[in-house]
Design a protein around this ligand. Structure first.
Ligand code: SAM
Length: 194
C-alpha cells in the first residue's frame, strides 16, 4: 500500500525522523497504542513521556506497556504543562486528539487552548528536523471547534520555523481523522506566527 491511512502515516513519519536512544513525547496516552509504538522505537536507551489527564488512561497504558514501562514516564497532567516535566531536546512527538476510546466519560476531550499551548511548547523542545504529528478527530461534540482553532494556529506558523502538512483520505465515511504534521526547520524556543 502506497497511500497510508492516517495513523500509520503518522507512525511512518516518526520512524523516519526519531532515532533510537532519543526522548520523545506521547501527548495523549489514551489506551497506550502510540506510547507502546514510541517506546519500542526509541529502544532501551530512549525514553517516552506520556501525558494524559485521566488516571484510567494511564492505568490502561501501564498495563499495555508491561516491561516497556522502564523506558516510559507516565504523567497525570495536561500536556500544556509539558515544560514542567520535559526540559531537554526531544526527537519527536505524537498527539491523538479527542476522547478516550472505551473510556468512562466520553465528554472528557482535548481542548483547543491546551492543545495549542502544548503544540507550541513541544515545538520549542523538538530537535531541528524532528516532526510532531497530530491526528485530528472532529466528529464528536467540540471536535470541530478544536479542529478550526488548531488549523488556524498551524497555518500561521512562520514558514522559516516549521513546515506544516495536512494529510487525509477524502473518500472515507463516518468522520475519519486527518493528520497535521509539523517539521521543525530551525532552532527556536517559541515558533513565530505570521
Ligand atoms: N493515543 C491514544 C491511544 O493510542 O490509545 C488515544 C488518545 S485519545 C484519542 C485522547 C486522549 O487525550 C484521552 O485519553 C484524553 O483523556 C486525553 N486528553 C484530553 N485532554 C488532555 C490534556 N489536556 N492533556 C493530556 N491528555 C489529554
Amino acid at each position: 500500500m502506497k497511500l497510508h491511512r492516517v495513523l500509520p502515516y503518522a507512525k511512518e513519519l516518526l520512524l523516519q525522523t526519531v532515532e533510537p536512544g532519543e526522548t520523545v513525547i506521547d501527548a495523549t496516552a489514551g489506551n497506550g497504542n502510540d506510547t507502546e509504538f514510541l517506546a519500542e522505537h526509541v529502544g532501551e536507551n530512549g525514553h517516552v513521556f506520556a501525558f494524559d489527564i485521566q488516571q484510567q488512561a494511564l492505568d490502561t497504558t501501564y498495563t499495555r506497556l508491561s516491561s516497556l514501562n522502564e523506558r516510559v514516564t507516565l504523567v497525570l497532567d495536561s500536556h500544556a504543562n509539558v515544560q514542567e516535566y520535559v526540559t531537554g531536546e526531544i526527537g519527536g512527538a505524537m498527539f491523538n486528539l479527542g476522547y478516550l476510546p472505551y473510556g468512562e466519560d466520553l465528554t472528557i476531550i482535548t481542548e483547543p487552548d491546551s492543545t495549542i499551548k502544548a503544540v507550541e511548547r513541544i515545538l520549542g523542545l523538538l530537535k531541528v528536523g524532528g516532526i510532531v504529528t497530530i491526528t485530528v478527530y472532529d466528529g464528536h461534540k467540540g471536535g470541530d471547534i478544536e479542529r478550526d482553532a488548531l488549523l488556524s494556529y498551524v497555518k500561521h506558523l512562520h514558514q522559516r520555523d516549521v513546515h506544516v502538512i495536512r494529510y487525509e483520505l477524502i473518500n472515507q465515511r463516518k468522520n475519519p481523522p486527518f493528520l497535521i504534521a509539523i517539521e521543525k526547520m530551525r532552532s527556536f524556543t517559541t515558533p513565530r506566527q505570521v
